[in-house]
Design a protein around this ligand. Structure first.
Ligand code: NAD
Ligand code: WQD
Length: 335
C-alpha cells in the first residue's frame, strides 16, 4: 500500500518524502514541476540511498490520476501540490483558484472513485487572518486577505464537507506556520524562482552575496523590538509532523485542523541575528515601510498537535539557520 505525495518535488514535499522513505513507507510522488525541479527528486533518492518512485503529473489531469490509482494501491494521500505565492495570487487570482481548487477537487474525486479516503492536506496559518489573538488555536474563525489564503480556507471547507457527507473520509488539515531551514545534508532546501518574497530565502541570498541587503518591513509594530514576530518551524520537523498526521489519519475519521508550529515567536531582527551567527557573515539591513497585509505577531498554540499527533517540534532557530546556511552555501543558485 502506497502513500501518494502530490507536490513531492517541492520544498516541504521533498523533505516529507525523505522522512517517509527513511521510515520504510512505500511512497509514490507526483509533481508537474511548475515550482520545482526534477533534480529535487534525484536528490531525495541520493539522501535516502534509494530512488523516490516518481511520476511527472499535473493533478488537474484526471485521466493521469485515475491511471495512477489503477496501477498502484494507494491508501492515503499527502497533498502538497499548489501554488503558494501570496503576491502572485493577487495579480493572478484565476490561475490560483484554478490550480489549487480544481487540482484538489479532481484529486478528491479520483480518490473517492478509487475508495481511497484518507488525506493529509497542506493548509496554512494564513487562515487565521488578521484579527485573531495569539497564540492561534484551531477553533478560531478562519478568513483570508488574498486569493492564495482563500484557496486554503475554501479547501479546508471542501474537505470538512466531504467528511460530513461520507463518514469514511479522514482529512487532517495541517496549518503550517513559517517553514524554514533545509535538510541537514545541505542537498535539499527552498529554492524560490526570482527574488524571494519570504524572509528566510531572502536572508539566505543576502548572506551568500546574491542580494545586497535585507529590507525589514517595519520596525514600529507592537512587538518587543518593533519588527514582525513569526513562528518559524524547521522543514524537517514539519516533515515528521506529516508522518504523525498520516498515522492519525489511519486511525480516525472526520476532518481535523491541526497547527504545526513551535509555539515560539521570533522577530525579524532576532532571525537576522541568528542567521548572522550561524553563517558567520554580516547581513546588511535597511528598515522600510510595513508590507501591506502583514500582521504584527503570529504563533501557534501547539497543544492539539501534541495531544492528537504526539508531535512537538525539536529543532530551534539556531539549527534552522545552520541548516539553511549549509544549503545556500552549497547551492547558491538553487538546485
Ligand atoms: P512548493 O512550491 O515548493 O511545492 C509545491 C509543489 O507543488 C511544487 O513542486 C509544484 O511544482 C507542485 N505543483 C503545483 N501545482 C501543481 C499541480 N497542479 N500538479 C502537480 N504539481 C503541482 O511549496 P511548499 O513550500 O513546499 O508548499 C507545499 C504546500 O504547503 C503548498 O500547498 C503550500 O501552499 C503549503 N504551505 C506552504 C507554506 C510555506 O511557507 N512554504 C506555508 C503554509 C502552507
Ligand atoms: C515573515 C516576517 C515580514 C520578507 C507567508 C505567507 C503565509 C505562509 C508563510 C504559505 C514578516 C518580514 C519578510 C522581507 C521582512 N505561506 N519580512 N523582509 O508573511 O509570515 O507568511 O509565508 O501559506 O501565507 O503570507 O512570511 O517570510 O514573508 O515574512 O522584513 O524581505 O518577515 O514583514 O514580519 P509571512 P514571510
Amino acid at each position: 500500500m502506497a502513500i501518494l505525495v502530490t507536490g513531492g518535488a517541492g520544498y516541504i514535499g521533498s523533505h516529507t518524502c525523505i522522512e517517509l522513505l527513511n521510515r520504510g513507507y512505500d511512497v509514490l510522488a507526483v509533481d508537474n514541476f511548475v515550482n520545482s525541479k526534477p533534480e529535487a527528486v534525484r536528490r531525495v533518492g541520493e539522501i535516502c540511498q534509494k530512488p523516490l518512485p516518481f511520476v511527472e503529473l499535473d493533478i488537474r489531469n484526471r485521466e493521469g490520476l485515475q491511471r495512477l490509482f489503477c496501477e498502484h494501491k494507494i491508501e492515503a494521500v499527502i497533498h502538497f501540490a499548489g501554488l503558494k505565492a501570496v503576491g502572485e495570487s493577487v495579480s493572478m487570482p484565476l490561475e490560483y483558484y484554478e490550480n489549487n481548487l480544481i487540482g484538489t477537487l479532481t484529486l478528491c474525486e479520483v480518490m473517492r472513485a478509487a475508495g481511497c479516503k484518507k488525506m493529509v492536506f497542506s493548509s496554512s496559518a494564513t487562515v487565521y487572518g488578521l484579527h485573531n489573538p495569539v497564540p492561534f488555536t484551531e477553533e478560531m474563525p478562519t478568513s483570508a486577505t488574498n486569493p492564495y489564503g482563500y484557496t486554503k480556507v475554501m479547501i479546508e471547507q471542501i474537505l470538512r464537507d466531504l467528511c460530513v457527507a461520507d463518514p469514511e473520509w479522514s482529512a487532517v488539515l495541517l496549518r503550517y506556520f513559517n517553514p524554514i531551514g533545509a535538510h541537514e545534508s545541505g542537498k535539499l532546501g527552498e529554492t524560490p524562482a526570482g527574488i524571494p518574497n519570504n524572509i528566510f530565502p531572502y536572508l539566505s541570498q543576502v548572506a551568500v552575496g546574491k542580494l545586497p541587503k535585507l529590507y525589514v518591513y517595519g520596525d514600529d509594530y507592537d512587538t518587543p523590538d518593533g519588527t514582525g514576530v513569526r513562528d518559524y518551524i524547521h522543514v524537517c520537523d514539519l516533515a515528521e509532523g506529516h508522518v504523525a498526521a498520516l498515522d492519525y489519519c489511519e486511525n480516525h475519521t472526520g476532518a481535523q485542523a491541526i497547527n504545526l508550529g513551535t509555539g515560539h515567536g521570533t522577530s525579524v531582527l532576532e532571525l537576522r541575528a541568528a542567521f548572522e551567527k550561524a553563517a558567520g557573515v554580516p547581513i546588511p539591513m535597511e528598515v522600510t515601510g510595513r508590507r501591506p497585509g502583514d500582521i504584527a505577531t503570529a504563533y501557534a498554540d501547539t497543544e492539539l498537535a501534541r495531544k492528537l499527533l504526539g508531535f512537538t517540534a525539536k529543532r530551534n532557530i539556531e539549527q534552522m539557520c545552520t541548516d539553511g546556511w549549509n544549503f545556500i552555501r552549497q547551492n547558491p543558485n538553487g538546485i
